[in-house]
Structure formats: C-alpha cells, structure tokens
Design a protein around this ligand. Structure first.
Ligand code: ATP
Length: 318
C-alpha cells in the first residue's frame, strides 16, 4: 500500500540510536538517514528553539545560537580537540561537590517539594558516573539506606553451572536494575519499565514514601497521574542483549538525582548540572545535555579547566 503520509520529527544534532559495543560507523548506519527510504523523505525545518524562547529574556537568542554552535560543531577547538565552555554559556564549576550543591542546594528542605525535585537533574555521559553521583547525593538525605538484593536465575537449567549466581549478580546492564538496589525514603526514582501505561511508564519519576520488604510505596511526580500514591512490586526482568538468558527479580527502579545524558533526551529541566569529568563519547551528547535548560544561569558544568570534547559526526548533519 502506498501513498500514506507519515510525519517524522527529530533533530539529527541529538544522540543517535545506541548500538551496544558499536563503532561510530554502526551508529551512523542505524540512523534513519542511512535508510534507502531517506531519499524519498521531504524535510521541513523548525527554526525557533521554543524551550529557550519561552524563557523570554534578552539572553535567550544568544543561548539558542550557542547551542546550535555546539550541535553543529562550530565551536573553536584547541590543539587537543577540546572546546572551551565560557561563562556566558554556563556556570563552569571545578569540583563534583560544587556541582551537586548548585543543582541540589538546601536539599533537605527542598526535597519535600516534588516540583522542585522534578525540575532538576545532574547529567553525565556514563551509567557508572551516574551511579556514583546518585550515591553521593543520597548520602546527604536523612534516614537509613535500605538495600534490596535481586534474585538472579539462569533461564536454561542446563546452563546453571556455566553461569554461577555470583556472576549473574555482578552484571550491571543498561536498562536493568542493579542486583544491589540502595534506596532511602524521600529519594526521587525513575521507573525502568512500563508497569501500567500511561500512568506508570518507563521514565516516570516517583518519590519513595515507604520501603517495605517486598513492596516500595511511592508518589508519582511526572505525567498524567502526578500526585497519585502507588505500590511498586519486584518484577522479573529478562535482558535481551546477552548470549544467554537470565531473569532478575528486582524493583524496576533507579535513583534519579542524576541520569545519563541519553536518558535525559526529550526532557525539559529548569536546572541542570553536567558532570564532564569523563567527556562525552558519542554524537550529540553535549548538545542534548546543554539543551535541556532554557538559560545559561541554570546550566552548571563540571569540566576540567572549562574544557571538554564535543563529538559530532558531521556526515549525519549533511
Ligand atoms: N509552540 C509552542 N508553544 C509553547 N511552548 C512550546 C511550543 N513548542 C514547544 N514548547 C515547549 O518547549 C519545550 C520543549 O518542547 P518539546 O519537548 O516538544 O520539544 P522537542 O523538540 O521534543 O525537544 P527535544 O528534542 O530537544 O527534547 C516544552 O517545555 C514545550 O512545552
């Protein structure tokens, strides 16, 4: 059947599809532009950055222009291929504690305000960094940490001896909750699976209100069911991108003070911190991170000497 009109909306300055252990060439090949259908696509361009425009101040035009310079790799680079982030573009900070304090100032008082919690996040390129930042900020929250250990089992009983439980427990997989999930009452969490769409979806943010042995009570902070109290159970999660199948029984939650830049794509934040102790490693990450907020006053960036790498695959933009 032909002749149907399909509307696709996107921005090729943003991150490309993630290919596990893939090279830049694999990412470019997975992009819509590499499809044989692309020649039949008619493109229209949107020209106003509404997120920035809505802020409605004199700096908004400058900020939107600077974002485009990052997205299109038009920033000047030094001999090591690094760009310099200046004060007009963001607040450059020099250590992780400062970054955490700028974004989560007076955390204990403000944590009761769910809107305050939702409108801010610290972003980092890798899951490993995100895990560390979440632990650092959770340590500032009052109360005891409760540790939930997952139950991991191999699906094929014949493979039980090849994959001991200790090995399964050690697997940290993207999109799969950790074996050891550490939470406190009051912390914001991200739901990692669709439990009851459209109320409780992958990416919905919640605030923990009670930690039981077999259930987590939480209040929904984002989306159509904002304000509702919910019970989150442990669910079986089966990763699909491994050479063998195993099942992890765990709460589909992770702490949401910090999240990866890729996870933040699509979100709008009032205040963002970007931890670039380890630079971005893939196309569009710096652009996505910086473009989550609408003004330079609300963007705090931790980068050594204010310098960082901006990875842009120019042929995706042509
Ligand atoms: N025409 C508009 N009028 C008012 N607000 C708008 C308009 N378009 C977008 N916005 C606001 O701008 C912000 C970004 O919009 P939206 O998330 O739809 O854009 P997007 O292109 O998906 O962004 P990105 O891909 O960068 O995440 C949102 O807060 C949205 O409410």
């Amino acid at each position: 059947m032909g002749g149907m009109v399909v509307l696709l909306a996107g921005d090729f300055r943003q991150t490309l599809p993630v290919i596990t252990k893939g090279t830049p060439a694999d990412e470019i090949n997975a992009c819509l532009k590499a499809s044989t259908l692309w020649v039949h696509v008619k493109t229209f361009s949107l020209s106003t950055n509404m997120r920035v425009q809505l802020h409605n101040d004199v700096q908004s035009g400058q900020y939107a222009a600077a974002l485009l310079k990052i997205g299109e790799d038009r920033m000047a680079k030094d001999g090591n291929g690094m760009i310099t982030l200046d004060r007009e573009f963001c607040n450059v900070v020099h250590n992780p504690d400062d970054l955490n304090n700028f974004v989560y100032s007076e955390l204990l008082t403000n944590m009761r305000n769910r809107d305050w919690l939702c409108e801010r996040a610290i972003l980092a390129p890798t899951n490993e960094m995100v895990g560390q930042i979440n632990e650092q900020i959770m340590s500032r929250v009052e109360g005891d940490i409760v540790e939930f250990l997952s139950v991991d089992t191999v699906m094929d009983t014949e493979q039980v001896t090849s994959y001991p439980v200790e090995f399964l427990n050690s697997l940290e997989l993207s999109g799969v909750p950790s074996h050891k999930l550490r939470l406190k009452v009051g912390v914001p969490v991200l739901l990692m699976r669709n439990l009851d769409a459209p109320r409780l979806c992958n990416g919905t943010r919640l605030q923990v209100t009670h930690l039981g042995r077999n259930i987590v009570k939480a209040i929904i902070m984002t989306g159509m069911a904002k304000g509702e109290n919910v019970l989150i159970p442990r669910i079986p999660i089966i990763p699909t991108d491994l050479p063998f199948q195993f099942k992890r029984l765990q709460f589909p939650l992770k702490i949401a003070f910090a999240m990866t830049i890729n996870k933040a794509q699509g979100q709008t934040l009032k205040v963002a911190g970007i931890n670039l102790e380890k630079s971005c490693f893939s196309h569009g990450q710096l652009y996505v991170a910086c473009s989550r907020v609408s003004s330079p006053q609300n963007l705090h960036v931790l980068a050594r000497e204010g310098k960082t790498k901006n990875i842009v695959y120019k042929n995706v933009l042509q």
